[in-house]
Design a binder for this molecule. Sequence first.
Ligand SMILES: [Zn+2]
Length: 151
Amino acid sequence: MRKDNEYVRLTREEDICLKLAERYSTLLCPIHKNDILVFEWKTQRSQRYWAKICRISGIFKALIKSLDVDAKFIIQIPTSSWEQLTDIQRQWVLFHELMHINFDPEKQKYKLIQHNIQDFRVILNKIGLDGYKSNTLTSMLDKDPISFQAI
Ligand SMILES: [Zn+2]
């Protein structure tokens, strides 16, 4: 693989996703270990997004073949983005990505949903537009759960 296209699995971030889904189960879909894989994309070029959740297709199919897991989605994180964020800011970014997941209990199927404004309203209400870079964010995992406004 070219240096610019290397992917490294971030199991620590996968654990954070599991904890977030458990803690904020009123907002997030239930997920199990290996449902969501997180990969750092070691790219030299800086990207305009912090992280991106997507279906497992193309390069990712090949990438996870050897892992032998039945993953549903991948969160892709460009190196340049993760380097700029603190642990707490990363939690919020991962939380945002998990908000994209929708589970249909009737069909027993997961799908991705879009936010039609720049972010999910429930997050916007809490931290403002692009608040992920704020230094005043509170940890989503260490203390009491964040209380989100019902929408
Ligand atoms: Zn988004």
